[in-house]
Design a protein around this ligand. Structure first.
Ligand code: MN
Length: 387
């Protein structure tokens, strides 16, 4: 590809985000443990859990700490803000027995600077709150759920329809407030004017299916009207849980620099950034690369013996991640499954700061592989590219 002067297909439009958020306690719950908030170009939503006031405290802390911790306006900076929120929740829980054990999901979208210097959108997710993109009358989920049923769908053990009704669909495999070693999924997207993003808690998607959500987004041009209608419909449909949505519209931003004619609309549709040179199994798409064959056996008994199978699942697999800011190989799943920690297999003599820029965020996200041998190969490649 030969970029035209002042233009690049990878470079995003100069945009800003216009948002409207709405939350409702629903018809069943006594309290609203969801929260949301916005500052500048960052929009965050969290769905808390925990007894007493734990859930409310966790989601409020997650939102406020992410908003204040978003200093470096890049995709990595957004992940760091979420990691900071996780630490804040853990510290608060450690200092207050009334909220110990609290946790929360989080999802976020932000205007960021891409690696090539252009404008971009970054999405972050931990848990089963969702980020959707509504574009050209199509609704697609950008984030990946960190839930047991989502893993089973990826393994081919459940259909999406079965997962949507599964009694254990509220079991999370990742959340803020569980442990310091958290893996945050992030995506970088090309901003396209008129695209609409939807952040929502599971209280929305447990009541409305995708076609119903798409229909409401389609029929309300104003983001506030769309947000109000989504929440009202979900509450009318049952309101079994707290319902929260943030509707975020991508609109043109004035370009202050008159010479900056390169910030036009991109030629390509927004997609995740391509993998950056590591083997496909270590893909940059930080969502777990699922090893269906290996795990089909481990997962076969899951529906019957949930806890036992979770243990097998949580301890199977390998990944390259971080131990005390150094690269290390672990057995298990990144950030485990709530109560099973991955175990350290071996350390590499390779510091996070020595890694090539592009490798650093991948290691922070954790690179999942099939075997110890493959993990060692990945470490070798990281070392080759390190300074
Ligand atoms: Mn919920």
């Amino acid at each position: 590809m030969t970029p035209r002067p002042g233009n690049s297909a990878r470079r995003g439009a100069a945009v800003r985000l216009v948002q409207a958020g709405v939350t409702d306690v629903g018809r069943v719950r006594a309290t609203n443990q969801d929260d949301y908030g916005s500052v500048g170009g960052l929009h965050v939503l969290a769905d808390g859990m925990g007894g007493h006031r734990g859930g409310e405290v966790a989601s409020a802390e997650a939102v406020s700490a992410t908003l204040t911790g978003f200093v470096d306006h890049t995709r990595l900076g957004l992940a760091m803000a979420v990691l900071g929120a996780n630490r804040a929740i853990l510290e608060r829980a450690a200092g207050d027995p009334h909220v110990s054990g609290m946790g929360t999901t989080i999802c976020a979208i932000a205007v960021v600077t891409a690696e090539d210097g252009g404008g971009a959108l970054a999405v972050a997710n931990v848990g089963d709150s969702r980020v959707y993109r509504y574009t050209d009358s199509r609704l697609e989920q950008v984030s990946h759920d960190h839930s047991l049923v989502a893993d089973l769908v990826r393994a081919g053990e459940l259909s999406a329809e079965e997962a949507a009704r599964h009694p254990q669909r509220n079991i999370l495999t990742r959340a803020l407030g569980i442990e310091a070693d958290l893996v945050v999924d992030t995506w970088e997207l090309v901003p396209v004017v008129d695209d609409r993003y939807l952040l929502c808690s599971d209280g929305l998607v447990n009541e409305l299916d995708d076609p119903q959500i798409a229909e409401i987004l389609e029929s309300h041009a104003d983001p506030e009207a769309a947000a109000v209608a989504l929440v009202r419909e979900a509450v009318d449909a049952g309101g079994h849980d707290n319902v929260t949505v943030v509707v975020v519209d991508v609109v043109d931003a004035p370009v202050p620099d008159l010479g900056a004619d390169g910030l036009g609309l991109p030629a390509v549709r927004p997609e995740r950034l391509p993998a950056a040179g590591l083997p496909a199994s270590g893909s940059f798409d930080s969502a777990p690369a699922w090893r269906a064959v290996v795990f089909a056996v481990a997962l076969a008994g899951l529906l019957g013996v949930v806890v036992g199978a979770i243990g097998i699942y949580a301890r199977s697999g390998w990944f390259v991640g971080l131990q005390d800011d150094s690269v290390a190989v672990f057995r298990g799943r990144p950030s485990g499954i709530l109560w099973f920690d991955p175990t350290l297999a071996e350390r590499a003599d390779l510091h996070l700061l020595d890694l090539a820029d592009v490798d650093r965020s991948m290691v922070i996200d954790a690179i999942e592989v099939d075997s110890l041998e493959e993990a060692r190969r990945v470490v070798g490649q990281l070392a080759q590219r390190a300074r």
